[in-house]
Design a protein around this ligand. Structure first.
Ligand SMILES: Nc1nc2c(ncn2[C@@H]2O[C@@H]3COP(=O)(O)O[C@H]4[C@@H](O)[C@H](n5cnc6c(=O)[nH]c(N)nc65)O[C@@H]4COP(=O)(O)O[C@H]3[C@H]2O)c(=O)[nH]1
Length: 968
């Protein structure tokens, strides 16, 4: 502040001489600028200067004499207190800016320095006021400018930051090239996209450096155009990954001057991939829909009845005669293509589906553009959209051909049902488990069951008959192999109890995937055919009068029998039977009687043979009996055949009761044996026929063998039989006895051996007549006689001490033993004669054990329980099995003489003999070696443990009186 400054009071100032050199002076010195000054005494303004007046706007007159506080009204009351209170109360110097509220003037800001001063008696308030309004305004303007700048900076920073964040989030970036600049400015976003952070400024070439080769040309063209069009290209980033970029390039021109070239770049790889995927899907959908049999579409409808086809496949052309564009542009055109009769239904059902949001399903016809109406099947799923519309996605297919096929099928079904109803055939279906699921036609199917009874049941579970287990097995195998089968025949019982035959044919069914679903087929009642076949067969193979097989069937069976004989080596026999004098009977009593006789003869013949044998009628009074499975030995077979022939002779010789007549008839029988393929069937029949004529020639009512040898044997047998009968009557039989000795050669018993003292032939061996006695049944009385004689002898010996312990072995033939009364006969005999059962030993042959084994054991056990012993004759020659042997209640085994004979010369026989001895020992059985003829045999057997012997070495069979028994 310069001391040369003019006084504040000057220039019209209030001029105060008393103030000179004082505080004022100081003030003036300090504040040479225009300063408003006041002097206050006792609170009242006593002095003001011009500046004060101009500052405050008061006149001097208004101001002087007023209190300072009064004059301070230009200050705000609070401000007034702030300024004056410290001044007046504390005497402190005030230095502050205050705002003056000026009347009719703009407020002004003044710097006020006030001080309370004491000068002599007077108190002064010196107020120094300086107008700092301009200064303040300038300052404030500066501050405001600074703040605005700061604010603008901050905003800019924020915007830049926001921009960068936005770029980063949106995967957007940009570059700018200023004219004449070789560098390109890259934004941070751009750097992030191409993965080159921090390179804000790069050479221009860098922009294209990593663009994929294939896309570079496109980018270059866009750069050349700079027209803002979008260009999409790929760029390989520094990490090798490829990204899709979308860019728009602009050139900014102002006032004809190029300001900058810039490009906005956006990365849209995932969007591009999604789009690609969508495009692929769309392409696929289009491919599918273009090949699909029907049309695929999206149909949208709004509550205000607007509608649209957002998508419709190309098939709309084929189905509705519209291009997809036409359908899209005019959705109603599709409805117009619907048949008028069905349009309402289509609309209604669509609205209904939209309302209920339920699947739309509708069959309708299209308007026949070419005159031919077509059937469509529509199916769509509705979905409510955000805007309240409903979007249907679905398909429409042309089902005309299916409809036609269905109609044809229905017609065919109907025709089929009508036909089935008319015929006796039926149609059936079974499921994959072969259970009936459908039956049409005759309501009784092949089972003659009501269909409802058959449903769910298989054919074999529904009471089929007439099918063998093997046939069922074959049929089931066919079914399991899914084979077609024809004419499977089965029998059923009708509701009325009669039988019917059905013929079933069937074929397997498969679904579209080739999976087996069951069977279907037809059935036919073939009862009439079967009956006719049976009739034909009967006529062809059976004799109408007697029902017996005819010549044809006989020949057929004979062929089979010959073949069987070739297989099993058994003989068979043909018995040609002709009724004697039948012609006379027929002529005298009439054909009717003749027929009756033939029928009865047929019946009797059947009764004479086993079921395996055949009785046939060749015609007239000629019958043939065919016997099978006779013995392997021809003589044995001949004897068997002869037995049957004799039975026939005897049976046919019985009286016939024909109506009111009692007739006697007799046959002539010719017999021939057959064995394997030795002779043809014709030859066999001829031979039997020839033999029959020989029988006729021999005086009728007899039989003849074709074979002379057999005939001779038969004749001899016949003679023997007659002789046997007579021999029995004439008491020509006697018993010889052969001793059985112990190890010391002492007789312990005898074996009774039957002898026939024939008046002409002398002593006949049992080997000759026993078989004939067995065949003829004469063995029963003969055997009984032997037993009686043997028991009588036992009783006789029992009276003498030296003979009373002798045992008596008696041979019993199989036929004899198996007679139901055999045990009783023995029991009675023992009781009646009083013979000691413990001395009686029955000798059985192995052949006895071949059948009815249990009964044999039972019978043996019964007799054994009373003391009768049993011996097994000829042991080792037959079929003895050890298990049988163990079970038999035996006392003794007899080593057959055939083994004994060569026991010294044949090691096999020696081994057998030893084995039998060991076996007997282990089974606790006695052993008798029979046929011992030499001392050597005896020694051998003795050495091997045999304790009982029989044979010529000890004595031949002799009459009782010649027996060499122990001395009395
Ligand atoms: N070579 C030879 N033979 C010997 C010797 N010792 C005994 N023989 C004979 O051997 C046979 C033994 O009787 P078999 O084996 O029961 O065989 C008997 C028996 O099976 C049967 N037979 C005999 N009598 C009767 C009988 O009353 N009833 C039954 N059903 N059959 C009888 O006739 C068969 C033959 O009887 P036979 O001719 O008496 O023959 C007897 C006897 O004379 C010997 O050292 N050397």
């Amino acid at each position: 502040m310069s001391s040369a400054s003019p006084t504040p009071w000057a220039g019209g100032g209030i001029g105060a001489p008393g103030l000179t050199g004082s505080v004022f002076q100081t003030v003036f010195e300090c504040s040479p600028e225009a300063i408003a000054l006041t002097r206050v005494r006792d609170g009242v303004l006593v002095e003001v200067n011009t500046e004060w007046l101009s500052l405050t706007g008061y006149s001097r007159a208004e101001a002087l004499g007023r209190t300072a506080v009064e004059m301070g009204h230009w200050l705000d009351p609070e401000e007034r207190m702030r300024v004056f209170a410290p001044l007046l109360t504390g005497g402190r110097v005030v230095d502050t800016d205050v705002t003056l509220v000026m009347q009719d003037r703009n407020p002004r800001v003044v710097r006020m320095n006030a001080a309370l001063m004491q000068e002599q008696e007077e108190q002064y308030i010196l107020i120094y006021l300086r107008d700092v309004t301009a200064e303040r305004l300038a300052h404030e303007a500066l501050r405001a400018g600074e703040q605005a700048l700061e604010h603008a900076n901050e905003k800019l920073n924020r915007q830049v930051k926001l921009y960068e964040v936005t770029e980063s989030v949106a995967k957007v970036g940009h570059w700018v090239i200023y004219p004449g600049d070789s560098m390109v400015h890259l934004s941070r976003g751009y750097g992030e996209i191409v993965q080159e952070p921090g390179r804000a400024l790069v050479p221009k070439e860098r922009l294209l450096a990593n663009v994929m080769e294939e896309d570079r040309e496109r980018v270059l063209q866009a750069r050349a155009r700079m027209d803002g069009q979008t260009v999409e290209y790929r760029l390989r980033r520094s990490d090798g990954s490829v990204v899709w970029l979308r860019s728009r390039m602009h050139r900014q021109v102002e006032g004809g001057q190029v300001r900058a070239d810039f490009g906005i770049v956006q990365e849209f790889t995932s969007e591009r991939q999604a789009r690609q995927e969508l495009e692929n899907q769309l392409a696929f959908i289009q491919k599918i829909t273009s090949r699909a049999p029907g049309m695929v579409y999206e149909y949208q409808m709004w509550p205000d009845k607007r509608s649209a086809f957002p998508f419709v496949s190309a098939a709309v052309q084929q189905l509705f005669g519209l291009t997809p564009e036409e359908a899209r542009n005019d959705p109603a055109s599709v409805l117009r293509a619907v048949h008028p009769d069905d349009a309402t239904m289509v609309v209604k059902s669509t609205w209904e589906a939209a309302k209920t949001v339920q699947p739309w399903h509708c069959e309708f016809r299209t308007r026949p553009a070419d005159g031919q109406e077509r059937w469509m099947l529509g199916y769509a799923l509705p979905e409510v959209q955000a805007d309240g519309s409903v979007l249907f996605c679905g398909s429409i297919t042309d089902i005309t051909s299916q409809k036609e096929a269905l109609t044809r099928l229905k017609l065919s079904e109907e025709r089929f049902r009508n036909l089935s109803a008319l015929s006796s055939d039926w149609y059936w279906e079974q499921d994959a488990e072969f259970r009936f699921v459908r039956v049409d036609g005759d309501g009784r199917i092949d089972s003659y069951l009501a269909p409802e009874e058959a449903m769910g049941r298989t054919r074999w579970d529904s009471g089929a008959l007439g099918v063998t287990a093997a046939q069922w097995a074959a049929h089931k195998a066919q079914l399991l192999a899914h084979e077609t089968f024809y004419d499977f025949e089965l029998q059923r019982v009708r509701a009325d109890g009669t039988y019917m035959w059905a013929s079933i044919s069937g074929e397997p069914m498969f679904d579209v995937d080739g999976v087996f679903t069951g069977y279907r087929g037809t059935g036919r009642d073939i009862s009439a055919r079967k009956q006719a076949e049976a009739d034909i067969e009967r006529l062809a193979f059976y004799d109408a009068l007697t029902g017996l097989p005819n010549r044809r069937l006989l020949i057929d069976r004979l062929n089979h029998a010959v073949a069987a004989s070739a297989r099993n080596s058994h003989h068979g026999a043909l018995l040609f039977i002709d009724l004697d004098n039948f012609k006379i009977l027929n002529d005298t009593l009439g054909h009717h009687m003749g027929d009756l006789l033939l029928q009865q003869v047929a019946q009797r013949l059947q009764e004479c043979v086993r079921t395996v044998d055949t009785v046939a009628r060749l015609g007239g009074d000629e019958f043939v009996v065919m016997l099978e499975e006779l013995g392997m030995d021809p003589a044995e077979a001949a004897a068997q055949a002869e037995t049957v022939a004799k039975k026939i002779l005897q049976t046919l010789n019985q009286q016939f009761a024909l109506a009111s007549h009692n007739l006697h008839s007799s046959p002539s029988i010719g017999v021939t044996l057959f064995y394997q393929h030795l002779h043809s069937v014709d030859e066999l029949l001829k031979r039997a026929d020839l033999a029959m004529y020989q029988a006729k020639g021999a005086g009728r009512n007899t039989l003849r063998f074709f074979d002379p040898e057999m005939q001779a044997a038969a004749t001899a047998r016949a003679a023997m039989e007659t002789d046997l009968r007579q021999g029995m009557l004439r008491d020509e039989f006697m018993l010889y006895y052969q001793c059985v000795v112990d190890a010391e050669g002492v007789p312990t018993g005898v074996e009774a051996l039957l002898r026939w003292k024939h008046p002409q032939r002398g002593i006949v061996s049992p080997g000759e007549f026993i078989p004939i006695a067995e065949q003829t049944g004469l063995i029963l009385p003969l055997g009984q006689w032997v037993l009686e004689a043997a028991c009588a002898q036992l009783v006789a010996w029992s009276a003498k001490p030296h003979t009373q312990k002798l045992t008596m072995a008696v041979n019993v033939s199989a036929r004899q033993f198996k007679h139901p009364e055999f045990s009783n006969h023995i029991l009675n005999l023992l009781r009646l004669t009083g013979a000691n059962p413990y001395r009686l030993k029955l000798e059985l042959t192995e052949s006895l054990l071949l059948s009815e084994f249990d009964e044999v054991i039972e019978k043996m056990s019964e007799l054994r329980s009373i003391g009768v012993g049993f011996s097994l004759d000829d042991f080792g020659t037959g079929y003895s099995s050890l298990s049988y042997l163990k079970r038999l209640p035996l006392d003794q085994l007899k080593i057959d003489q055939s083994f004994v004979r060569d026991v010294l010369t044949d090691p096999n026989d020696a081994a057998i003999a030893r084995t039998i001895l060991n076996l007997a020992e282990s089974l606790d059985l006695g052993v008798v070696a029979e046929g011992v003829e030499t001392a050597g045999q005896h020694d051998f057997l003795l050495r091997n443990g045999c304790k009982a012997f029989q044979g010529y070495f000890f004595g031949r069979p002799v009459p009782v009186e010649l027996l060499q028994l122990p001395n009395p």
